[in-house]
Design a protein around this ligand. Structure first.
Ligand SMILES: C[S@@+](CC[C@H](N)C(=O)[O-])C[C@H]1O[C@@H](n2cnc3c(N)ncnc32)[C@H](O)[C@@H]1O
Length: 225
């Protein structure tokens, strides 16, 4: 399902019989409730902006000013990344998220925004995006479903012209053993994909001690796979 900024509204997102709640609708309800209740408001804080700024800088290193390119932000949330992107290099920002509440909160900046309310499991890239230099971002989104890395692989490796994938995962934290286990599992799964690593960076919020590992990968064109 694809919506532009004006067409997006809650009713149009129900894609199954309302009498039979699907897993998708259950998940969407959960995330919508959490965004509505303010649980994710902390993502707007300054402490998160350092991470987003670094992701934006890494994206810019992959796109030149002459051709520009397109950024597909999987699990974009309220699209805070968009505020840091360089409009000279990023021609289009595609925000993909399961929560229409989050997508509705995206503030239009100087880059055209396309909002797609979809789960990672169901999302596929549009044909026209496949022609553009493309950066796919998975920024703090891979934790939530057991097959998230498989879905990222499906989306990224389906590209005719190849693409760059940028992954951000929270690093180990002494007070958060679940995070540590989750990030170890995710990087292990990602390593097994055998993707060529272009760049790896670490960013830390000094106040909370939270660290994020951010890695850019080059994905070969489909024909050459
Ligand atoms: C922790 S937030 C990260 C938001 C943003 N990427 C950032 O870095 O600030 C996780 C986001 O992933 C979305 N999400 C969770 N599970 C998803 C799924 N299966 N498919 C698509 N989006 C999902 C949530 O709605 C939420 O917006």
């Amino acid at each position: 399902m694809v919506y532009n900024a004006t067409a997006l509204n809650g009713d149009s997102l129900i894609d199954t019989d309302p009498g039979k709640p699907s897993t998708l609708n259950t998940l969407r309800d959960k995330w919508n409730k959490e965004f509505s209740s303010g649980k994710w408001d902390f993502l707007r804080r300054n402490s998160e902006q350092k991470r987003l700024q670094l992701v934006a800088q890494m994206i810019e290193r992959q796109l030149n000013e002459t051709d520009g390119g397109c950024v597909v932000d999987l699990g974009s949330g309220e699209g805070h990344l968009c505020n840091w992107l360089d409009g000279k290099r990023v021609r289009q920002y595609v925000a993909v998220d399961i929560s229409d509440v989050a997508l509705n909160n995206i503030v239009e900046a100087n880059i055209p925004v396309t909002r797609i309310c979809e789960s990672l499991a169901k999302y596929s890239l549009d044909e026209n995006l496949q022609a553009a230099p493309l950066v796919i971002v998975a920024n703090e989104v891979l934790y939530y479903e057991p097959d998230s890395v498989d879905q990222l692989k499906r989306i990224a490796e389906g590209q005719k012209h190849g693409c760059v994938v940028l992954v951000s995962v929270v690093g180990p934290h002494p007070d958060k053993p679940n995070w540590t286990a989750s990030s170890i599992r995710l990087w292990k799964e990602i390593d097994q994909l055998g993707w060529h690593k272009l760049e790896a960076q670490v960013v830390k919020d000094e106040e909370s001690g939270v660290v994020w590992d951010i890695v850019a990968f080059e994905i070969a064109p489909k024909e050459k796979c």
